[in-house]
Design a protein around this ligand. Structure first.
Ligand code: G6P
Length: 613
């Protein structure tokens, strides 16, 4: 989520870093910083000015001393600690010689910080990242060279990271490493670069190399060498990159939507990282609400708009099933005008990718006025919704650029289901063994989503066969219903075709009258307990001439009897299916839109964030 750049051996270090950071703008950021390092001297500048952070940093760097040939730069998308200058990277150790930048989450930062403070280290930020600077400092003081010091530090940290470190007592060296978060090395004669993403160094380096998980690389002006966590040498794979800047910013994909659809496994992993303590308790670092306050919750009201509303609908099933608390879901633009009832023990959850949707903010304000406690589920740290709420849980999907929301949806469902599990723990409505199994199941969803993504060409073939269709009904039962709503919304937004989502059971109460040859019915049929009923609904529409598309699990052998087209997905626990089943529906809407020549990232008439009522 954060952006990283580093350079050694450069004659224009400062502009390399600042331009590189500017080119990472598409990732989104709330603060930025650089450190220039040479023998005995580390010069640092940081700024937190939201989307203006790099511009503000540029101003601060106007009085940077000249002559530095190496340095690090970072744009931050906050996860731990507010987006303020003190929390911006690079972070320094106690001596001020060591500078580090980090993208990712150090899961065991709390215990590490405690141990380091006991040994006399002084922390100056509220971030999980700063522990790295102090860990490296300790290993350096034992005489290890920087490469070995970084390796030693990585042996004790858990989580996801791409890091880079420099030390003014070992100048012209950058040591970098990764686990999960991306990292590339670039080379040019006499200069070596490092970046989280190719665009940052695209026009500077002539060759690019990928750093793999748990590899550590030492960069000098003359080139680089890499080792694994055991210290054995490894070779980095060279990347064939012939992208222009725009393609590079889209990660090599044709558009942001494809990039974001493909980022869903990562969005899930980030959202779920660092959410369980050693004793099995599910915890949200950023949720400023005590266990007692959560125990007092008697009723949950979820308010949201668009895709976020569909994620909220999934949460209703999970919270009611697992935590046995009654849940209402409201479209946020309706909530404030219906004279809502807020009783003691009502918890209102505002769900929003941007945290800036005016209807959702107005709804949570209304709820607060009436005495409700408000939790925000926001993808943007310190968004208006997050600031105004009493408590917050962040989905960590990273910046979403495409107007049609994709990765934010799966991250919202994951965060809300995790919250449902926390409520269940506190209310003791699930036994610990079941919470554990569900938590592990939730963590396995990312891999199932990745497998669903591999079926892209199958989905494209289905879309090709249906390009002439103009009317679509999406049906589902249980959590398949919100999935159907979201599938219909994606198709509508992207193709401008008529698409409606319905609970399959409502079919006979109206929509069946519209079914005739040429109409397409898309059914979510992955839940075994709902399977028979869905099958008979599909038989009804087929008998009236509709074309039937079914989202079905790999092992479903009966679906072929009623479906003309089958979109296969790996099977998952029913409550988790929306995160997996939505993937072929996103890909279907996308393929239809491309087939019809639509602009997938910017559909007509729509805005990414709606800030007017
Ligand atoms: C707009 C966007 C949708 C989004 C909705 C809610 O309509 O186009 O993609 O789902 O707003 O946005 P939020 O940021 O509150 O989740």
């Amino acid at each position: 989520m954060c952006g990283i750049i580093g350079v050694v051996g450069s004659t224009d270090t400062l502009s390399t870093l600042l331009e590189g950071l500017q080119r990472l703008e598409y990732r989104g950021y709330d603060s930025a910083g650089i450190a220039l390092v040479r023998s005995g001297e580390t010069w640092r500048a940081r700024s937190a000015a939201g989307t203006e952070s790099v511009a503000a940093l540029r101003l601060e760097c106007e009085d940077a001393p000249a002559g530095f040939t190496s340095g690090l730069g970072h744009t931050r998308w906050a996860t731990h600690g507010a987006p303020e200058a003190v929390n911006a990277h690079p972070h320094l150790d106690c001596s001020g010689n060591i500078a580090i930048i980090h993208n990712g989450i150090i899961e065991n930062h709390g215990e590490l910080q405690e141990q380091l403070e006991e040994r006399g280290h002084v922390f100056t930020s509220v971030t999980d990242s700063e522990v790295l600077a102090h860990l490296i400092e300790e290993s350096r003081s034992e005489g290890l060279e920087l490469l070995e010091a970084v390796r030693a530090s990585l042996l004790v940290v858990r989580g996801a990271f791409a890091i880079a470190a420099m030390d003014a007592t070992e100048p012209d060296v950058i040591v970098a490493a990764r686990r999960i978060s991306p990292l590339v090395v670039g080379t040019a004669p006499g200069v070596t670069y490092l970046a989280s993403d190719v665009p940052a160094i695209l026009d500077r380096a002539s060759a690019f190399y990928a750093v793999n998980d748990d590899e550590i690389v030492r960069l000098g002006p003359e080139g680089f060498r890499a080792i694994d966590l055991e210290g054995s040498p490894v070779r980095l794979r060279q990347l064939a990159i012939d992208w222009d800047l725009e393609t590079a910013q889209k990660g090599g994909y044709d558009d942001f939507m494809t990039k974001e659809i493909n980022e869903q496994p990562d969005a899930l992993r980030s959202t779920l990282l660092d959410r369980r303590r050693h004793d099995g308790t599910i915890s949200f670092d950023e949720l400023r609400m005590s266990d007692d306050e959560l125990r007092e919750v008697r009723r949950v009201v979820l308010v949201a708009a668009g895709t976020s509303h569909h994620a909220a609908l999934v949460a209703k099933y999970a919270i009611e099933r697992w935590a046995r608390v009654s849940v209402e879901v409201d479209i946020s633009s309706e909530y404030r005008y219906r004279d809502p009832i807020v009783e003691i023990g009502t918890l209102v959850i505002g769900v929003s990718q941007s945290g800036e949707t005016i209807d959702t903010i107005q709804a949570t304000r209304e709820a607060q006025r009436r005495g409700a406690r408000v939790v925000a589920i926001s993808n943007v740290v310190d968004s208006s919704l997050a600031r105004e709420a009493d408590a917050v849980i962040y989905t960590r999907a990273g910046l979403e650029v495409s107007v049609a929301s994709t990765k934010a949806f799966v991250a919202q469902v994951a965060a809300l289901e995790l919250f449902a599990l926390r409520l269940a723990q506190l209310r003791e409505t699930l036994v610990p063994r079941d919470v554990e199994a569900l938590f592990l199941g939730l963590n396995a969803v990312g891999a199932q989503v990745a497998r669903a993504l591999e079926r892209r060409s199958d989905v494209e073939a289905v879309a090709k066969g249906l390009l002439g269709a103009r009317d679509f009904f999406f049906l589902g039962r249980h959590v398949g219903f919100p999935t159907a709503l979201e599938g219909a919304l994606k198709l509508k937004e992207l193709t401008y075709l008529h698409a409606e989502g319905y609970p399959a059971g409502e079919l006979k109460h109206g929509p069946l009258a519209l079914i005739e040859p040429g109409v397409v019915v898309v059914a979510v049929a992955t839940d075994p307990s709902m399977h028979e009923k869905i099958l008979s609904n599909l038989a009804e529409v087929k008998a009236r001439g509709a074309s039937v598309v079914a989202v079905a699990t790999d092992d479903d052998e009966t679906i072929g009897a009623v479906a003309d087209y089958v979109l296969r997905v790996p099977a998952s626990e029913p409550m988790f299916t929306p995160m997996v089943d939505i993937v072929p529906l996103q890909l279907f809407a996308y393929a239809m839109a491309r087939g019809l020549g639509r602009n997938v990232d910017r559909p007509r008439n729509l805005a990414k964030t709606v800030t007017v009522e």
